[in-house]
Design a protein around this ligand. Structure first.
Ligand code: MG
Length: 157
């Protein structure tokens, strides 16, 4: 199942589900004092079970790794991706794909978490020579933002 592949790939890149739980909690806690961490985790697991999400996660990680390994054909373009150029933006567009499934709350939360960069997102953004997390940081933000949206809707139901 691609769910396991995704969890393994994320873990290899330094991202555990609990790291994403922490980001989703950061977004959702102000609106819900009583929700348990386990419930937040369950929301993230549900999101990671969606094939469209899995494809975005695996695409992001493949691209980051190929770039890191110097396997892009165009060196000028590889440099743009490697330094996460402010005008690049395709990394965010891939991540929107996840948010789009979960609607406007996911999209607005994604913009917010991308600005604040809590926890693992900040860690992924830390510049380290030879490391490329250009795509992955946005994917993590999008999953957390989608979880926050899922929880907000769940609360209404
Ligand atoms: Mg990025």
């Amino acid at each position: 199942m691609l769910f396991n592949e995704c969890c393994e790939a994320l873990s290899k890149r330094g991202v555990e589900i609990d790291d994403i739980v922490e980001c989703a909690e950061f977004l959702h806690r102000p609106y819900d004092q009583i929700i348990a961490k386990e419930q937040i985790r369950a929301n993230i697991v549900e999101i990671l079970k969606k094939r469209e999400v899995q494809n975005a996660v695996l695409t992001a990680i493949e691209l980051d790794m190929l770039c890191e390994e110097g396997r892009f054909h165009n060196q000028k373009f590889a440099d743009i991706v490697m330094r996460d150029d402010g005008l690049y933006g395709v990394d965010e567009v891939l991540a929107y794909g996840i948010c789009n499934i979960y609607g406007s709350i996911a999209l607005t939360n994604f913009g917010y978490i991308d600005k604040i960069k809590p926890g693992i997102i900040k860690e992924l953004n830390r510049e380290r020579p030879g490391v490329c997390n250009t795509f992955l940081d946005d994917i993590v933000g999008a999953i957390a933002a989608s979880a926050a949206s899922r929880m907000a809707h769940g609360k209404e139901d």
